[in-house]
Design a binder for this molecule. Structure first.
Ligand SMILES: Cc1ncc(COP(=O)(O)O)c(C=O)c1O
Length: 400
């Protein structure tokens, strides 16, 4: 059958994170691996009541095919949500997607020919690179520092590739509490990066699933799209603020881009699940979302704080880590040249798991990093897990 697979299928990549799923679910292992929200944050009772009402009373909409662009009332709610995040979006600019993962696939399908370049942050989200690679695009890494993506690196990489005759089509960025690094791109950089996209002729794909998950006082998460609606396609998701099983994400894009994406979506799934959309719409219409976001923030804030405290207590002198002022992750960088992938078996034997950072770096760097999520475990297990990790890597450093 091999000879029947498409050229693109030859570039499909299984997720290096999903490979850890079995470890995440073993109750004997304290897991910093995985990146899924805690079910404790899902407002199950409200959703159950909403779902029952919708199935009984709105079957002609919720159990029927719907418009490819999404339930009109939900698109209106999403436009309002965008206004609250600091940029203007009209319902006409919104396309509801089956999670923002589908948005990434539709964008890859719509913009990328084999060999086109997508600029991505070092490190970046593996689900996005999988979508770009699946269309046989090439990825080029752009350096980040504590203020996020570095505009000097962006200019250098983009102009070098263009000079080599490569077509730089997209910059993919997660400016707010990035997966996997937890970094927040400074506001000072955002207009500069948007101006560079306009100057150099590429489109920015701004992926923002974590912008509402803020745990610190002074974080300004205003999206890049607030600086220019023409060259920035904005992606949002209800996965991290409500529940990922509802598979509700969205794209905000101008008319020309939106029309193409809509046709791509028509071919992909006709429409996203109407029951999911109806539930999310009703949840928003009732005004439940702000309280839900407040609950989610409160739930993770304590876990984030104690994880950072434990890192300070146990990892000082051994590693550095990102402050994770929001989102679900901190990224730890070991001071010594230790390959974290080589220690995962040891870690598991010690009852603790993490995600090695290497696969998040498209340039092959990052072997001495690991991604930790504080979303899954109880407070005591988070503290104990950091202590165990520190013991493991302190010992590994001694053995070097
Ligand atoms: C940066 C980023 N983008 C997109 C997604 C996909 O989310 P969903 O398809 O559930 O909206 C994730 C999920 O973890 C993510 O971290």
């Amino acid at each position: 059958v091999q000879e029947l697979f498409s050229r693109d299928a030859g570039n499909f990549r299984p997720s290096a994170i999903r490979a850890f799923a079995r470890l995440i679910n073993d109750p004997n292992i304290i897991s910093f691996a995985g990146g899924v929200p805690s079910p404790e944050t899902f407002p199950a009772a409200i959703l159950a009541e909403i779902a029952a009402g919708i199935i009984r009373e709105r079957k002609a909409i919720a159990l029927q095919y719907g418009p490819t662009r999404g339930l009109p009332a939900l698109r209106e709610e999403i436009a309002r949500i965008c206004g609250g995040r600091g940029f203007t979006a009209s319902p006409d600019e919104v396309i509801v997607t089956t999670g923002s993962q589908q948005a990434l696939d539709l964008i890859a399908h719509t913009f990328l020919d084999p060999g086109d370049i997508v600029l991505v942050e070092l490190p970046t989200y593996i689900g996005a690179t999988a979508s770009f690679l699946a269309r046989s695009a090439d990825l080029a890494g752009v350096v980040q520092d504590e203020d996020g993506l570095d505009p000097r690196s962006l200019r250098e990489v983009a102009t070098r590739l263009a000079a080599q005759g490569r077509r730089v089509k997209l910059l993919y960025t997660i400016p707010n509490f990035q997966n996997p690094s937890g970094r927040l791109m400074s506001q000072a950089r955002r207009p500069e990066i948007v101006a560079m996209a306009l100057e150099l002729g590429f489109l920015i794909i701004e992926d923002d699933p974590y912008g509402e998950l803020v745990y610190v006082e002074d974080a300004d998460t205003t999206p890049l799209r607030s600086h220019d609606a023409g060259c920035v396609v904005y992606l949002g998701s209800f996965s991290k603020i409500l529940a990922p099983g509802l598979r509700c994400g969205f794209i905000v894009a101008g008319e020309a881009i939106g029309r193409k994406l809509e046709i791509a979506k028509e071919a992909a799934d006709l429409c996203s699940g109407m029951l999911d959309q109806s539930i999310v719409e009703e949840f928003c219409r009732r005004g439940e979302l702000p309280a839900q976001i407040a609950r989610v923030r409160a739930f993770y804030r304590g876990k984030r704080n104690l994880t950072i405290d434990a890192l300070e207590r146990h990892f000082g002198g051994v590693a550095t880590w990102t402050p994770a002022g929001g989102g679900l992750f901190t990224m730890v960088t070991l001071n010594a040249p230790i390959d974290t992938a080589g220690h995962i078996e040891d870690a598991i034997a010690n009852g603790v798991a993490y995600v090695p950072g290497g696969p998040f770096f498209v340039d092959g760097s990052g072997a001495n990093t690991m991604r930790l999520t504080f979303a899954k475990e109880t407070d005591d297990r988070l503290r104990e897990g950091i202590a165990r990790l520190a013991a493991l890597f302190t010992e590994a450093e001694v053995k070097l």
